[in-house]
Write a protein that binds this ligand. Sequence first.
Ligand SMILES: [Zn+2]
Ligand SMILES: [Zn+2]
Length: 171
Amino acid sequence: MELNVATELKLAGRVSHASLAEEFPVTELNGRSIVLTEPVRVDLDYSFDGEGFTLKGRLSSAVRMNCTKCNEEFIEPFSVDFSERFLRISEQEAEELECYTYTGETLVLDKMVFDLILLNAPMYGLCRPGCKGLCPVCGANLNNTQCSCSEADESNPFAALLGLKELLNDD
Ligand SMILES: [Zn+2]
Ligand SMILES: [Zn+2]
């Protein structure tokens, strides 16, 4: 994902706007793979202040993951607001200053995009509010079906208590 800044370099202080979208289907970072089901969208304002660029905007996409309770696959949209600096310095200096680098008249946004996704894409979640999860006995997905063992489990303690009460009453 790239931003041409030829005009802004000549007109310091001018604020420009861009809406970008690009497919990043699978993002592998630090051994963690994030599956994006929608193109990454970046809407941003950017300007050159004579020294470097300030980019402010919002990134959005959606990730595919598995529910922590029932393990069903589902898609979770997410978005994040950001404000980042791009300076014409070395990679190492940028690392220390926690900003990004550029050369020439193009800002390459890929590293910023990867960082924002890695830090902000949800990793864990439920497929729906109040997911009922799986039956611990038969493994059925309780969102889709009601198995008989869960009913039996719930009624057992009461059945036992009732039985005890009857015994005591008999005496
Ligand atoms: Zn679930
Ligand atoms: Zn069951």
